[in-house]
Write a protein that binds this ligand. Structure first.
Ligand SMILES: Cc1ncc(COP(=O)(O)O)c(C=O)c1O
Length: 418
């Protein structure tokens, strides 16, 4: 076995680690939750001019109308996302719930105009690293996932095309094209266009584009606008291919926001049949309140307030990384965009480093969760979620993480090559 690290260096790192006190209660840095200050932005809004919608309907009870969402909410989100009102549904509190229901409906009933349901052996293309809840939903539904590495402007499209073009088992791709979770990248317009226009062997193929962070460039240069995927797909002769998901979870209140589905009218009618079998309609009072808040304050102003709260927390993480890693070649990190910062390790020790941190009471996300079925062969990315803790806690926690990364890297021994 080759010796990889100076043994004296390793023993110093081990001593430093052993000397660290255990943090009680543990500090959570694994989830991109909103801090109390961010939550208060929306909590303090009371001026909703409700409970009546623009036509004077009382939104507090069963209305028997607006199952597709309040017209003023549909109009608002259509404007925000650059599509037509009839291409938008405004639904309940979770875009992930809609994602799950679309996939389940396609497996159960087939997509509109399909001769049969998606096959039980349906496959998805999954750019990685990605969002663990996409992967868990697909895994739960029995959909197989094929990983394609995500680069700086999207996945390697030649690889994507070579799969979906010839293999009928592929029924979808799941992407987060703006401020991607976790690496924060934006897909280039060229890649978005290729995804919309690519030939697929399975004509029931769908794009699942998660726009959770469409408003979260947070002070970094903003991508002008996501190309209109509905239009691109229409022009390519596949008008029903795109399904876009959005929610206000990271804008107002997680789990008490509103979620939006954008797609062709045909897909939306198909989806509404299922919705109406599930419930009378979405929570309209919350739609009223959310939309009147965003309209009144201006979403740009709201996002600027979030950015102002988040900026020092992200900067604390970057500062700790600069102090710990600039003089080494064992780690680099992503630009703070979206909700996370990724630490890229030279050696495949992400899981080991996070485990060390967890043992000392610093809870970072399990790196394997950024991969379908937790199948993380590279083991070299750690996701940091700076939003919910203070800048000081972030700094202190990331200093501990850095020590854990150094320790795990020093212990790493490459596989012998024969
Ligand atoms: C990529 C992505 N999609 C969706 C969500 C949240 O979705 P929901 O609208 O279900 O709260 C998150 C939250 O962390 C996310 O990171």
């Amino acid at each position: 076995m080759p010796i990889y690290c100076d043994p004296s260096e390793l023993s110093v790192l081990e001593q430093q680690y052993q000397a660290l006190p255990k943090q009680e209660p543990p500090l959570q840095l694994w989830q991109g939750n909103l801090s109390p200050e961010q939550l208060d932005l929306y909590s303090s809004f009371s001026d909703i001019e409700g409970p009546y919608d623009a036509c004077g309907h009382d939104c507090r009870g069963y209305l028997g109308i607006h199952a597709e969402g309040l017209p003023e909410a549909r109009a608002y989100f259509a404007g925000l996302l650059g599509v037509e009102q009839e291409e938008v549904l405004v639904l309940g509190n979770s875009s992930m719930e809609i994602f799950f229901q679309v996939c389940a409906n396609a497996l159960m009933r087939g997509v509109p105009d399909a001769a049969k349901p998606w096959p039980s052996y349906a496959h998805f293309v999954c750019p990685v690293p990605g969002y663990f809840r996409h992967f868990y939903a697909l895994q739960y539904l029995g959909i197989r996932m094929h990983q394609i590495p995500l680069g700086k402007v999207g996945p390697n499209m030649s690889e994507v095309e070579s799969i979906v073009q010839f293999d009928k088992r592929y029924t979808g791709i799941v992407i987060t094209p703006l401020c991607s979770n976790p690496t924060g990248i934006d897909y280039s317009d060229a890649i978005i266009k290729r995804i919309c226009c690519m030939k697929t062997a399975n004509l029931d193929f769908r794009i699942f584009a998660d726009l959770a962070y469409a408003q979260h460039h947070l002070g970094t240069p903003r991508k002008k606008q996501l190309p209109n995927m509905l239009e691109l797909c229409r022009d390519a002769g596949v008008p029903d291919r795109p399904m876009l998901f959005f929610s206000t979870s990271k804008i107002t209140h997680p789990q008490n926001g509103v979620a939006v589905l954008v797609s062709s009218k045909k897909n939306l009618e198909w989806f509404m049949k299922m919705q109406q079998a599930i419930k009378c309609g979405p929570p309209l009072m919350e739609q009223l309140r959310q939309v009147r808040y965003l309209r009144k304050e201006g979403i740009g102003v709201v996002m600027h307030k979030h950015a102002t709260i988040l900026a020092p927390k992200f900067e604390a993480v970057c500062q700790a990384f600069r102090e710990e890693f600039t003089a080494t070649d064992i780690a680099s990190w992503s630009e703070p965009r979206g909700y996370f910062i990724c630490l890229f390790l030279r050696h495949p020790v992400a899981h080991e480093a996070v485990e060390y941190a967890v043992q000392k009471g610093y809870i970072f996300a399990d790196p394997r969760e950024m991969y379908p079925n937790k199948d993380d062969i590279k083991n070299n990315i750690i996701r940091i979620a700076p939003s919910s803790q203070s800048a000081e806690v972030n700094y202190k926690s990331v200093k501990v993480l850095a020590l854990c990364v150094k320790l795990a890297s020093a212990q790493y021994q490459p596989e012998p090559k024969f």
